[in-house]
Design a protein around this ligand. Structure first.
Ligand SMILES: [Zn+2]
Ligand SMILES: [Zn+2]
Length: 459
């Protein structure tokens, strides 16, 4: 088999690996590049392969850095099948529709700018029509079942414990009468995270492809996050302020709701209102409710429905959201986008970040160059929505809400193999994190390699 690392090599985003098995071409993931301009511009470049020749896409999970270029694949002629879990297929629908909407708006804005400068306009990477066209190509596969894809390929998806529906992919590939097993970790979750199950330990593999997002870091203990949440709520309510939380629509939002539900049930928090002010997060929460079979035992036992409780108010419409902006009541507002690059969170900032009564609480990774990162790093005057806004609200952060395993957990997962794989390829991490994980794994006796972007390897 030949593999080409078309993304997420020495960077975190753009997860996409081209597999060539005899005359068959397949992809593991087809993700979008995110973050700095030099990286996002790769989304506009032609694929490193001919989309018409791709027969299968094996998709690990619904995050846009893994699934976000599937509609572009369709736009350029892909007619194959996309294999993924039912929850990922459901989440992809709303994530890709949202992504297309963002492409369309961004392109409009960019083209206004280009027009003014006399430059030629740009096409969006893809549109809603491309999303609509590709959705019928999704095929649902269940965890722990082996599927025969064709004469040479078998596949099994295992729970990766990262977000709802996320999978580790085991590929059994036969060439010249020999079968080898390739394991793609996808993104791995933390052990003991609420709602979803723990990552599955895989016992055998010839070759492993492991993520390394936090290859050089350790998280705070998960147990402390509820207490930190409680502390920031109390501090803000004492000043009669609002607690404004920028949050990612999938997993993070549901973990927050779960934590608030728990704190309210145990009487640790007062009965103030909690608003979920993000249409995408509201839709994602509906998908969580639909797939409650994927919840872990604790969630099943204690909460039949962890995302419905008395104080929780969903505000899907723009009118509801605007009412919140005008309101003076002390409350908790969860809104997207997670890195404040768009969405309703900006309206909440405009109406509240200048007021020292309020708190902005970050619960997720803020990439370089994003508004979230600038606020977190202490910028006191921000420019957004065409206005200068002063930052006087209290700015706080909780680190333990990550959906990714830290390096101890990545090593734990690697040590789950009963016999050492022939090689572990280290992917999906900044170079520093990948090198750090490589050093640690090599100390444990693993043979590791960090591929370059667009490198081609025969294994
Ligand atoms: Zn992910
Ligand atoms: Zn990822």
């Amino acid at each position: 088999m030949k593999i080409k690392f078309c993304g997420a090599a020495k960077i975190v985003t753009g997860s996409c690996y081209l597999l060539t098995i005899g005359s068959t071409q397949a992809l593991v993931d087809c993700g979008m590049f995110q973050g700095r301009k030099e990286i996002t511009k790769l989304n506009y470049e032609p694929f490193q392969f001919d989309p018409k020749k791709i027969k299968y896409v094996f998709l690990t999970h619904a995050h846009i850095d893994h699934s976000g270029l599937i509609p572009k694949l369709k736009k350029y002629g892909f007619n194959g099948k996309i294999f993924t879990t039912p929850a990922t297929a459901d989440l992809c629908k709303i994530m890709l529709e949202d992504s297309a909407h963002i492409q369309e708006i961004d392109t409009e804005r960019e083209n206004r700018r280009r027009n003014r400068k006399g430059e030629s306009p740009r096409e969006p990477i893809y549109t809603q029509d491309d999303v609509k066209a590709v959705l019928p190509q999704f095929r649902k596969v269940h965890y722990d079942k082996t599927y025969k894809i064709d004469e040479n390929i078998k596949v099994r998806y295992r729970d990766a414990g990262h977000i709802l529906g996320s999978a580790i992919i085991e590929l059994y590939i036969s060439e010249k009468n020999k079968t080898k097993k390739y394991v793609f970790s996808g993104d791995l979750g933390q052990w003991d995270a609420p709602i979803i199950k723990d990552p599955t330990l895989i016992k055998t593999a010839d070759y492993v492809f492991i993520e390394s997002t936090y290859g050089d870091r350790l998280h705070e203990k998960i147990g402390s996050r509820d207490q930190l949440l409680k502390k920031y709520v109390q501090k803000t309510f004492k000043k009669n302020g609002k607690l404004i939380i920028p949050s990612f629509a999938i997993e993070r939002t549901q973990e927050l709701l779960y934590a608030f539900n728990k704190l309210i049930k145990s009487g640790e928090l007062p009965n103030e209102k909690i608003y979920l002010d993000s249409p995408l997060a509201i839709k994602a929460t509906e998908i969580f409710k639909k797939h409650s079979e994927l919840f872990d035992q604790e969630t099943m036992n204690k909460y039949r429905n962890p995302f419905s409780f008395k104080n929780l108010v969903y505000t899907p419409t723009a009118q509801d959201s605007m009412k919140l902006n005008a309101s003076k009541e002390k409350s908790i507002i969860i809104a997207g986008s997670g890195m404040c690059t768009g969405g309703r969170i900006r309206h909440h900032f405009k109406h509240g970040i200048w007021d020292k009564k309020n708190t902005v609480l970050f619960v997720g990774y803020q990439a370089e160059g994003t508004l979230g990162r600038r606020i977190l790093e202490g910028e006191k005057n921000i420019r957004m929505m065409g206005q200068e806004v002063v930052v006087r609200a209290n700015i706080e952060k909780i680190n333990s809400f990550s959906a990714h395993a830290d390096y101890k957990e990545l090593i734990k997962w690697a040590e789950g193999f009963e016999n050492k794989p022939k090689k572990i390829f280290i992917m999906h991490g900044e170079e520093r994190a990948a090198i750090s994980l490589k050093d640690k794994l090599e100390k444990k006796g693993f043979n590791c390699y960090i591929p370059e972007l667009n490198e081609n390897i025969k294994i």
